[in-house]
Design a protein around this ligand. Structure first.
Ligand code: AP5
Ligand code: MG
Ligand code: ZN
Length: 204
């Protein structure tokens, strides 16, 4: 299963719930890159240069990471991809090493996305997303107790570039998956629980 959607649309937020419910691994290329950046691995060093500017990490690097991850035993009975594929080339590559059953596009009006991202706080340990509007001053994760941090690419200038890159490189995937009859659209401009309920309806 693939989750599509603009930066800040709520892919990570919904992925946590979907994976808990369906008991499949949550594979977020953004989370994998951030872990590598934190651990100063060679991939992290490459990725940081792109992510900090709001650009995409090159397809070759990203595809290889996903190919290796999907070959791990926990993906045998399914998986949820969050943030991959993000270009038509990545989607074509994915077809070579796995078969996608369903693609869910979480749809949120562009003008709402900036505020979602600049106000986001992320758990350093488990990756769960929060928003300052609902945290009431809390600084730790209610799932695991980890510290909440502000992502380096969640500043306004970088967010604007991410949205531009999304429109140019990732939006064409909506048509790509629609043509294959795999695309399901969900209104992401609703409270989190209602978005999740819509996703479950689609999955039925
Ligand atoms: P990635 O980490 O995937 O970032 P992204 O796609 O920009 O998406 P986000 O994680 O920002 O948003 P989200 O949709 O997960 O929203 P969230 O649930 O957190 O990628 C980062 C970078 O890595 C990329 O820019 C690129 O450089 C690189 N990269 C990653 N994958 C790549 C690939 N395949 N190829 C090349 N490069 C790649 O929610 C956002 C906020 O909104 C939170 O504050 C949340 O609490 C709030 N919120 C969520 N749902 C709701 C709701 N229903 N109502 C109100 N608020 C809500
Ligand atoms: Mg995310
Ligand atoms: Zn946590």
């Amino acid at each position: 299963m693939v989750l599509l959607g603009a930066p800040g649309a709520g892919k990570g937020t919904q992925a946590f719930r979907i994976c808990e419910k369906l008991n499949v691994p949550h594979i977020s290329t953004g989370d994998i890159f951030r872990k590598n950046i934190k651990e100063l691995t060679p991939i992290g060093v490459i990725a940081k240069g792109y992510i900090d500017k709001g650009e995409l990490v090159p397809d070759s690097v990203t595809e290889e990471i996903v190919r290796l991850r999907l070959a791990e035993p926990d993906c045998k009975n399914g998986y949820l991809l969050d943030g991959f594929p993000r270009t038509v080339a990545q989607a074509v590559a994915l077809e070579r090493f796995s078969k996608v059953d369903v693609v869910i596009d979480i749809d949120v009006p562009t003008e709402k996305l900036l505020r979602r991202m600049t106000g986001r706080r992320v758990c350093e340990k488990c990756g769960q997303s929060y928003h300052v509007d609902f945290l009431n001053g809390k600084t730790t994760c209610s799932e695991c107790g980890g510290s909440l941090i502000h992502r380096a690419d969640d500043v306004e200038e970088t967010v604007n570039e991410r949205l531009r890159v999304y429109a140019e490189k990732t939006m064409p995937l909506v048509q790509f998956y629609q043509d294959k009859g795999l695309l399901k659209r969900v209104n992401g401009d609703l409270p989190t629980d209602e978005v999740f309920a819509e996703i479950l309806k689609v999955l039925e």
